[in-house]
Design a binder for this molecule. Structure first.
Ligand code: SF4
Length: 415
């Protein structure tokens, strides 16, 4: 084996995979020093979370960055003048096993450019997963990209060996990837969803049923490469969660690395904060019972960058506050800014035995500096009697040291 060539391939194909945010790269690079132990290379190690919440490190690479398509936002697109490389099936298997034995990784994240056609590429990815499972007895985590347009038979086979699938979405498809077809992208998602449902049904009847994509499927949406607004983005995510049972939707702010007239200019990077707000909204939809249309609406199609989406919703719905913690239902307690899922659950159990006070709330883990404005502690809530949403926003953004806060606190002591 030519180690220099293998190392070069690893550098190229790990670098090309870093734009996929379904797990986040965190490699560091350090040269070995005299008298020191070891060195580290930034190539291809990243982290992701498994079904049971464990953080696992993965070898994240492309099988190849040769691609017949020319998606505008992608560094591997056919018209881009870059170094190209491709691993053989055996090379990926050997790298995975060797990294695993050295304890560098606990699994593999394998994506690929589409060479020749969808089936040939998918078949090659399946061969890697199959060889790892059947010949190497590899029991670590395997995350595979599903190739749009690949046949159901290949998807079926892949799901027997992979834990999770990364499904591409059609964000800005017509503009960014005109050769791709929307149905080709949705079919694998539907297929895996049906397969998982069927597996669960069969599992109820038979003791031994081969596993089928046990960690489900996820997808990544590129934000900011086309002019979709945040409302459209979170509605698509909501649709995926509801109709395809997706485990996760990842939002990847468009990184301007390519000059193309279909793309925003090279200076128009998407602010990290927008990406962050999309993740917060996603969290609200998955764990707090919010609907996409509640978080945003046609009059307000972009997320508020100044405050998080839950606080933004509360400020726009002040008439629904203050909330009485002793009597409110769980779903409404979840909507109080500063109260998370665990704290809301604790509140519901604790209130059966006592009347809750601000001190209790602190002990239960609430961020009371924020929550107190939205709660009715029996004697009413003086804040909401005298504050407008604009004043409250100022108060919360400015924090307790703001001039406005001090003035308002002084006024409150008069009541
Ligand atoms: S098909 Fe995938 S790898 Fe190929 S150009 Fe499009 S996004 Fe990039």
């Amino acid at each position: 084996m030519n180690f220099d060539r293998l190392k070069e391939k690893l550098e190229i194909l790990a670098d090309a995979a870093k734009y996929d945010v379904s797990c986040s790269s965190s490699g560091g690079s350090r040269k070995n020093k005299k008298g020191a132990l070891g060195d580290s290379s930034a190539s291809g190690i990243c982290h992701t979370y498994t079904e049971d919440g464990r953080c696992v490190s993965l070898l994240k690479i492309l099988l190849t960055n040769h691609c017949i398509y020319d998606c505008a936002y992608c560094v591997s697109r056919s018209s881009n003048d870059i170094k190209r490389a491709g691993f053989t099936v055996d090379e990926v298997v050997d790298l995975t096993i060797n990294f695993y034995r050295r304890n560098y990784i606990e699994g593999l994240f394998l994506s690929s450019g589409i060479f020749k056609n969808a089936d040939t590429t998918m078949e090659r990815l399946v061969r890697v997963a199959k060889k790892l499972r059947l010949e190497e007895n590899f029991n670590g985590y395997i995350h595979l990209k599903s190739i749009p347009g690949a046949s159901d038979e290949l998807m079926q086979e892949a799901a027997l060996y992979a834990d999770r699938f990364e499904i591409p979405t059609e964000s800005g498809l017509k503009l960014l990837a005109p050769e791709k077809n929307r149905q080709d992208m949705l079919n694998p998602m539907k297929y895996i969803q049906n397969g998982i449902a069927q597996y669960k049904d069969e599992k109820k009847i038979f003791r031994k049923v081969p596993k089928f994509a046990p960690a489900g499927q996820s997808t990544q949406m590129i934000v900011g490469a086309t002019n979709e607004n945040d409302l459209q983005i979170i509605k698509v995510a909501d649709h995926f969660y509801k109709n395809f049972n997706l485990k996760r939707v990842y939002y990847s702010g468009y990184v301007p690395v390519l000059e193309d007239k279909r793309l925003p200019s090279l200076t128009t990077a998407v602010p990290m904060l927008r990406e962050n707000r999309l993740y917060q909204s996603d969290w609200l939809m998955r764990f707090y019972g919010f609907k996409a249309e509640e978080i945003l609406d046609p009059n307000m199609p972009f997320l508020d960058l100044e405050v998080d989406p839950k606080l933004s919703w509360a400020l726009r719905h002040l008439h629904q506050f203050p909330i009485n913690l002793q009597t409110a239902d769980y779903q409404m307690i979840l909507r109080i800014p500063g109260i998370g899922v665990k704290t809301a659950q604790k509140i519901v159990s604790a209130r059966r035995f006592q009347i809750l006070t601000m001190d209790h709330l602190k002990k239960l883990g609430a961020a009371v500096n924020r929550a107190r404005y939205f709660i009715d502690f029996n004697a009413g809530n003086a804040y909401l009697r005298y504050l407008t949403d604009k004043n409250l926003r100022k108060l919360l953004i400015g924090g307790s040291s703001s001039k406005f806060h001090n003035q308002f606190s002084q006024q409150l002591t008069l009541f």
